[in-house]
Design a protein around this ligand. Sequence first.
Ligand code: 173
Length: 317
Amino acid sequence: MKRAMLAALFALAANAAAAQEVTLRAVTSFAEKTQFSKNFERFIDRVNETGKGQVKINYIGGPRAMPPFEVGNAVRTKVVDIANVTGAFYTNLMPEADGLKLIGKSMAEQRANGTWAYLNELHNKKLNSYYLTRQFYNVPFHIYLNKKPEKFDFTGLKIRVTPVYKDIVEALGGTAITTAPGEVYTALERGVVDGYGWPVTGIFDLGWEKVTKFRVEPAFYSVEVNVLVNLDVWNSLTAAQKKVLNDAALWLEGLDSENVALIKSERDRQTGAGIQPIDFGPEESKKFLEKANEVGWQSVIKRAPETAPKLRQLSGN
Ligand code: 173
């Protein structure tokens, strides 16, 4: 009798745990298994392992499932519960997101100095989402070209952009053409563009080395790929479920330490593929970086005059 009661109790407890397990639908704004989805995919595995009985993530996939520029809105409206997405793809909803590229501090620093809290507040308000974390703060961007300019002047060049590169490309006289990453290869192949902006890592994922001649030095800005959770979903989670996600997010932040070696190997690989650096020397490089920072902030401040100055101050840039 005692035994039967115990068994029944255990069954009840197991049921309660099962009833508590929540399944989150996830998408990524980058192609599956490529550079800027990979660590998010590892995060999903981690959550599914450590969160057994608590949280389960159901990975819907990447741009084949949802156009990248729609991912931010999909989290906002709870079409998906959790997403891996760069702020560059949701500046229409949150102009401040364009400022993320200008914040080069690690998440540990951002949590310590109030940046994370402020960004979370902005994501709560404008994207109805919880700002779980950001990845790749220590990976910069480059402009890649197929025509070689004589100086830092892109006049006459058509360059594929997202909001990340638009202002600096235009400040240097180039013509900016916005496309999703999935359209870059064809645009280069057909000569619709003479170059493109992209991080230092990842160009091999979609075969762009075959249609790329030059990489402009120096590297600039900071890659930001964020993990957002719909705010209603976040608020409905138990403390234990939030902890699973938060712990996995901190673990994900730790993966940024891999980026240093990765950058070196990707630069070597680019050299091996015949991609030549264009370098106008230290003075011009310094001027370029100052200009990129300034036009970047001015553009964000113009679109978000109430909030962007505080972000700039927190960034230290
Ligand atoms: O170039 C892009 O599509 C872009 O803005 C981006 C942002 C973060 C990581 C990779 C690319």
